[in-house]
Design a protein around this ligand. Structure first.
Ligand code: GLN
Length: 285
């Protein structure tokens, strides 16, 4: 039997993932190593060539199993159970969408518009990444994260506890169904992929992430339509509404907000130069 060290195991993992065309092979192999052995980068650098003892040897089997799953297209974040968003740690599982870097554009835009004492609602909160990062980094006095999925809310609740955010409440609700209160800001990254386009998504996404979090109905705009119609009733005059959108939905979502009486409607691009966020303000009565 081969005598492993951190170094040889990591190299094996990287090669395995590379052979299966995994994009960030070296990084993913490292995340899985860190997850299984609970070692820091510094520990790794100091002990990288030491031969494994019996306990470490045993864990290498679990590592190899995760590398195999990753090779088959399982997202690394579901395998480690965690990810980073806005520099903060978030737990994830198959019941929530994996927080995306694209969504940080929404959070940054919201932070730049947020006033002190903000009462915030995050519709379709999933892992809670939006409402919780805004509460951690912004001036939120209280916030609600609403979702229709009880399983997603369990994940969000654990994230809320880990980040120590008692000003945030997680609510089980079908859109505004069980939401009460008035808000200074409403944010949402709702499901927005047209149903027929889901099969064209990357396999990693369509085979593993919850379709409930992706499917925006026939034209992808179902949730924007409902949220544009109903948000006005829950926002103070001058309050803001911000959506993450698909790259080709800027015009359509702006129009929906215009029809619903919102003003100062803007579209913002992501780092790739694609439309990613639409935001608007509720007109004073
Ligand atoms: N709000 C969560 C996120 O941005 C979940 C979004 C969703 O489920 N559509 O990751």
């Amino acid at each position: 039997m081969m005598q492993w060290s951190y170094d040889t195991l990591l190299k094996w993992g990287t090669n395995e993932l590379t052979a299966h065309d995994v994009e960030n092979a070296a990084l993913d192999a490292w995340y899985l190593l860190e997850h299984i052995y609970g070692i820091s980068r510094v520990d790794f650098l100091m002990r990288r060539s030491d031969s494994f003892d019996a306990a470490q040897m045993e864990k290498s089997t679990a590592y190899q199993a995760l590398i195999r799953q990753r090779s088959e297209g399982f997202p690394v974040q579901y395998l480690t159970g965690s990810t980073e968003f806005m520099g903060l740690p978030f737990l994830v599982n198959e019941h929530v969408l994996i927080p995306r870097q694209d969504t940080e554009v929404l959070v940054e835009t919201a932070l730049s518009m947020m006033k002190p004492g903000c009462r915030l609602l995050d519709m379709c909160t999933g892992s809670g990444c939006i409402v919780l990062s805004l509460a951690k980094l912004g001036t939120v006095t209280w916030g609600i994260g609403a979702d229709i999925s009880e399983e997603a809310l369990k994940v969000a609740e654990r994230n809320r506890e880990n980040l120590g955010l008692s000003q945030v409440k997680l609510v089980h609700s079908d859109l505004f169904g069980s939401v009460e209160g008035v808000f200074d800001m409403i944010v949402s990254n709702p499901p927005y992929i047209p149903t027929d386009d889901i099969e064209d998504l990357m396999r990693e996404v369509k085979d593993h992430e919850p379709h409930l979090a992706l499917d925006g109905s026939r034209d992808g705009l179902l949730f924007y339509r409902k949220l544009a119609e109903e948000s006005g009733r829950y926002l103070v005059p001058g309050g803001s509404l911000l959506f993450e959108i698909g790259y080709d939905q800027g015009k359509a979502v702006s129009q929906l907000l215009d029809q619903a009486g919102f003003k100062d409607i803007h579209v913002k691009k992501d780092l790739a130069g694609l439309d990613r966020v639409v935001y608007a303000v509720k007109a004073a009565e």
